[in-house]
Design a protein around this ligand. Structure first.
Ligand code: ATP
Length: 321
């Protein structure tokens, strides 16, 4: 009995830990538990990423696949308040796409639909031509890495927190990921290095360091599609620029498809496509230059943010004593 109960106990605690991770994941996306987790159709197949045959991006590495298509999506959390009314857009495989639009227009909702936390009332979402509601959920979520606005850390040591990206990763693989995310040295300087407990009641670390840990997690996950929810206020402009550089050089070096929810327009200037959302649909899309030349909503948002930034730059009056 003793011999049998030991592995059972172990399995029990492993199960509890996995449940906890699932719960944390839900907290992570700020979800109410009003929806039961979606079940796969009996004939559901794994999502298969299809790399395009030719690379159109010149000298850039060939993409891993991961074209995302929203086709005439209608969605409301509550029937009385539609969020999307015929949302249609395509993210080409390997492209870097920015989503912008007024607060509350549904940028984060796009991610929740893509991850199948919610189901649209009408329309289709396709990845490389496959309807995401007809593929196995696990394969869908494995294909998408997320760097959220506020990275949740578990009450556990740093090693465990990063390994969450891929539970089978070795210590060395974890360290390789933190090196590439430029957070290895910071971790080494913590009181107990990789064994330092962080998260709730653990050691406090900065917003920028948390996001670097999130990048390391996503690097371990090695997913072909990446969703990045830009932090609003946690990061100052300097830290944000450094973070964007490390994202560009570490995550986007292998032709991953990436979608950025951008709150600050200066981070979208280099996107391949900027999609501007308004009133439940795409208001306009194009590159930064194209949208400025158009003189529409994006151009107005840009002018507004530029004048706000100028205000920030005004030096405070000298202090007299
Ligand atoms: P922001 O730029 O402020 O982060 P957003 O564009 O990402 O906003 P969403 O978070 O997608 O906007 O929310 C779109 C709308 O849906 C908002 O009005 C929000 O209040 C509402 N909403 C979001 N989540 C839920 C939910 N679980 N139940 C009901 N309404 C919700």
């Amino acid at each position: 009995i003793f011999q049998l109960s030991l592995p059972l106990n172990f399995l029990g605690s492993l199960y509890r830990e996995m449940r906890q991770n699932l719960l944390d994941l839900e907290v992570l996306f700020n979800l109410q538990s009003e929806n039961a987790p979606p079940k796969d159709a009996p004939d559901a197949k794994p999502l298969v990423l299809v790399p395009p045959k030719t690379t159109t991006l010149g000298t850039q590495p060939a993409s891993l696949g991961g074209q995302i298509e929203f086709r005439d999506i209608h969605f409301a959390y509550h029937a009385s308040r539609p969020i999307f009314r015929g949302l249609t857009f395509t993210v080409p495989a390997g492209a870097k796409v920015a989503l912008v639009g007024p607060s509350g227009c549904g940028k984060s909702t796009i991610f929740r639909l893509l991850f199948r936390f919610y189901t649209p009332q009408a329309g289709q979402i396709l990845i490389d031509g496959q309807d995401i509601h007809k593929v196995q959920l696990e394969s869908l979520r494995r294909a998408i890495g997320v760097v959220p606005q506020d990275t949740p850390l578990f009450h556990a040591d740093v090693m465990h927190n990063v390994r969450y990206g891929r539970l089978s990763a070795s210590d060395e693989e974890v360290k390789e990921a933190t090196r590439r995310a430029s957070v290895h040295e910071t971790i080494e300087r913590l009181p107990k290095g990789y064994e330092t407990t962080v998260g709730e009641r653990g050691l406090m670390i900065s917003g920028g360091e948390k996001q670097r840990l999130a990048i390391a997690r996503v690097l371990l996950k090695d997913s072909p599609i990446l969703f990045f929810d830009e932090a609003t206020s946690a990061l100052d402009a300097h830290t944000e620029a450094a973070l964007m550089r490390s994202i560009n050089s570490t995550l986007l070096d292998r032709g991953r498809t990436s979608i950025f929810i951008a709150h600050r327009l200066r981070t979208v200037v280099e996107a391949d496509v900027i999609i501007v959302l308004k009133d439940g649909a795409v208001a306009e899309q194009g590159t930064h230059e194209e949208l400025l030349a158009r003189g529409g909503l994006y151009a107005r948002m840009w002018a507004q943010q530029a004048s706000d930034a100028n205000l920030d730059d005004v030096a405070p009056p000298p202090v007299r004593d």
